[in-house]
Design a protein around this ligand. Sequence first.
Ligand code: GTP
Ligand code: MG
Length: 197
Amino acid sequence: VFRNKLTFFAAAKISSSLPPAELPEIAFAGRSNVGKSSLLNALTRQWGVVRTSDKPGLTQTLNFYNLGPKLCLVDLPGYGFAYAKEEVKEAWEELVKEYVSTRVGLRRVCLLIDTKWGMKPRDHELVDLMERSKTKYQIVLTKTDTVFPIDVARRAMQIEESLKAKKSAVQPLMMVSSKTGAGIRSLRTALATVARF
Ligand code: GTP
Ligand code: MG
């Protein structure tokens, strides 16, 4: 499914402008700058469709991309940091929360965590929300190229330990680097199962 052409489908800033859920969706959530947009590029090998930036807070809307006629990938605005006004940030966060807890057709949320920094309170908040709403999610450790392999393993263990009690919706943890391509194929395989229904 990741060989399909990636095309921009819709952007939404408020819940009333969310597009109709016509395809199964996989959403990418996480703090600002964690590498959501870069991961979309790496997964689809179609650079240029999804914009990435050094400056945190680039993605300011929920962006929907169709992957052929099979799957929709959703790039969510990051939380925690943005060059934006406080009210604006709160509005995105509310929309992200509403989206992940109520969206029909949402099959999986990849919650991206920077391997170097680990999970922060905001990440745990989102996990709790997804547990309550029974949204299927999986943790994806990003930028594994920025730390030693031993630290990647340590981080993975630490997070698995902290989520041990929450088994209802959590899927196996994955580790990726969009820069080197490490782990991208495995994640593609894991997510491809979501497209079939
Ligand atoms: P927002 O849109 O602000 O929420 O950020 P984002 O999560 O979409 O992050 P984005 O993909 O724009 O990447 C942020 C920065 O991290 C960019 O400078 C990327 O080049 C860098 N980056 C992304 N993935 C990797 C990776 O695997 N390794 C390294 N070393 N850098 C990465
Ligand atoms: Mg982005």
